[in-house]
Ligand binder design. Structure first.
Ligand code: 13P
Ligand code: SF4
Length: 373
């Protein structure tokens, strides 16, 4: 069995060399912090653009030039001509921004600990080994697709094997791309998005979950009997939602429209009225008539933003107080934002995300294939 020899570190935090917040910034009060962030942004002007994912806390999104889902933010990063892109999101998003932007631009992730656990569930090193096992078990062509929620080295690996990247808004187009070029798909790392997409394309009888490290699980030889092979990754924020939550919300709000993110379990997506990326969730609520009720099955900060942005709509969290925030997104503390901006004013770049050049080139291919579908 031969692997492509991918070298990568297995670690909880992808960039554990990024810097911690200096003590002077830890005690900053909200008012002083806001004033200092605004002053630094004013001073930096067009040199800086702040991107905020929909799951970021209020104190971050209120300073963002663009708020959106991971697909929209990658497009904004590509279009930005600022010298500095401050990414209010998680590591894999900042990496994608670094890949897409010019070499002269710097992408800054304010806090070092914003690492998505799901991205860590499919390290390129592990996938490389598993891939060798899988491809040795069949003569048919397998095309790997990795969800945006993965590190640059896995994106590079997928490009090398003829695959591509997708987000929750274009996963079905990515599947179509893959089946035009191959016979089977290996979908990484989110098994739920993979399963939901396969159902949408009528491939429900062709799906298998595959955990290469489970001694009692499906073998590689059994896995390749199916057209859609799902890696064993998931998001704990979205796995929390159950069908019972939908039943309960419909009991309490008989007219409620239920919308969930496709990282939710299959039965939850099936029971919901609509599923879609965070951008789709925002659009549906923005288009709602006053007095409509929308129950939201995703990360709780977005639900709170929607309640604030659309007070005329009755926006309710799908599982009430049990809805979770994303611990990785929460690491982008506004005090860190104040620090990285003030350091830029002083001419110092902190917490720059830089993808290694050889990885960058290949990962760019996988992202370009996505942007073209
Ligand atoms: P979106 O691409 O829908 O913004 O989702 C990103 C994410 O991390 C969802 O958990
Ligand atoms: Fe990762 Fe889930 Fe957080 Fe999205 S919500 S960044 S998938 S942990």
């Amino acid at each position: 069995m031969e692997t492509a020899g991918f070298e990568t570190d297995l670690s909880l935090f992808k960039y554990d060399n990024l810097e911690q917040l200096p003590p002077a910034y830890r005690e900053l009060g909200a008012d002083e912090r806001t004033e200092r962030i605004e002053a630094a942004l004013e001073e930096l002007g067009d040199d800086v653009v702040v991107l905020g994912h929909n799951y970021q806390r209020r104190e971050i999104v209120e300073h963002a030039d663009f708020i959106g889902d991971s697909y929209q933010l990658s497009k904004e990063a590509a279009a930005a001509d600022a010298d500095y892109v401050i990414f209010g999101g998680v590591t894999f998003m900042a990496e994608s921004a670094d890949i897409i932007t010019d070499d002269s631009q710097s992408v800054i992730l304010p806090s070092m600990e914003a690492s998505c656990p799901m991205a860590g569930m499919a390290e390129a090193l592990q996938v490389d080994t598993a891939w060798a096992e899988l491809t040795a078990a069949t003569d048919e062509e397998i095309v790997p697709i990795t969800y945006m929620n993965s590190y640059a080295d896995l994106k590079a690996f997928c490009a090398q094997q003829g695959g591509l990247v997708c987000t929750s808004s274009n996963a079905h187009e990515a599947f179509e791309y893959a089946f035009e070029r191959g016979d089977k798909v290996l979908f990484l790392p989110d098994k739920h998005l993979g399963e939901n997409t396969a159902h949408r394309l009528g491939l429900e009888d062709e799906i298998v979950d595959w955990d290469p490290w489970d001694p009692d699980g499906t073998t590689a030889a059994e896995a390749v009997d199916n057209d859609v092979i799902l890696w064993e990754g998931y998001c704990q924020v979205h796995e929390r939602f159950r069908e019972a939550h939908i039943d309960q919300v419909r009991k309490e709000h008989p007219d409620a429209n239920v919308i969930v993110h496709p990282e939710c379990r299959r039965e939850v997506v099936e029971a919901a009225d609509v599923s879609g990326s965070t951008a789709t969730i925002c659009e549906k609520v923005a288009e709602a008539d006053p007095g409509d009720t929308w129950a939201i099955g995703t990360e709780i900060h977005l639900t709170h933003h929607l309640q604030r942005w659309h007070p005329e709509v009755n926006v309710v969290p799908l599982c009430g107080d049990a809805c979770m925030d994303c611990n990785a997104m929460r690491q982008i503390d506004p005090n860190y934002l104040a620090w990285v901006l003030e350091e830029l004013v002083e001419g110092r770049e902190r917490n720059v995300i830089e993808v290694a050049p050889e990885e960058k080139e290949l990962a760019q291919v996988a992202l370009d294939r996505m942007l073209e579908i």
